[in-house]
Design a protein. Structure first.
Length: 177
């Protein structure tokens, strides 16, 4: 049976702090533009500064980049920053994200989750339910076209059993729970 050397607590802390010591987590403000990859996001250096959104369905959006000859190329982006606000681009949708601790969470996850659960149950009960309904109604216009996203990066989980995504995996850039 193989033996492994014990790992000290300091080695674990050092390994984890190095992995998460990236510019986006330490940035006071974010640079506007589209991030072509998760690595660009981590470095807070968007490579696409000139882009245009194009509606491609009821709740879908694509991004194009104009060329000199007035032709457009569809962009494959990881996410973007607009007016200092960060978004993950997934399934032709923009998902607002915000820094929380040493990572990023989906900004409106709680509101969307509450709306989803309320719609799934049909009726909410009690004071907490009434309060939840008021919060949801207050945000309903803003999130009308937004929807819950699901974790798709785990291939063995069946489509109808996927968990709701609530954050960004800071090692892969995928939606996580």
């Amino acid at each position: 049976m193989p033996t492994t050397a014990p790992v000290s607590l300091e080695q674990i802390r050092s390994s984890n702090s190095t992995a998460l010591d990236v510019p986006i987590l330490n940035a006071k403000e974010y640079i506007d533009g589209a991030y072509a990859s998760f690595e660009e996001f981590l470095q807070n250096k968007p490579s696409v500064l000139a882009y245009a959104p194009v509606k491609s369905g009821k709740r879908k959006i694509k991004f194009i980049q104009m060329k000199d000859n007035n032709q457009a190329d569809t962009l494959a982006i990881w996410g973007l920053c607009k007016n200092g606000e960060l978004y993950k681009y997934e399934e032709e949708s923009l998902i607002p994200i915000e820094k929380q601790g040493r990572g990023f969470i989906i900004s409106n996850y709680v509101v969307l989750s509450m709306r989803h659960n309320r719609n799934g149950l049909g009726v909410t009960y009690g004071l907490l339910g009434a309060l939840a309904d008021e919060i949801i109604k207050a945000h309903e216009e803003k999130v009308q076209t937004e929807k819950l996203m699901f974790v798709t990066s785990i291939p063995y989980i069946k489509e109808n059993k996927r968990p709701e995504a609530c954050c960004i995996d800071m090692k892969t850039g995928e939606l996580a729970f």
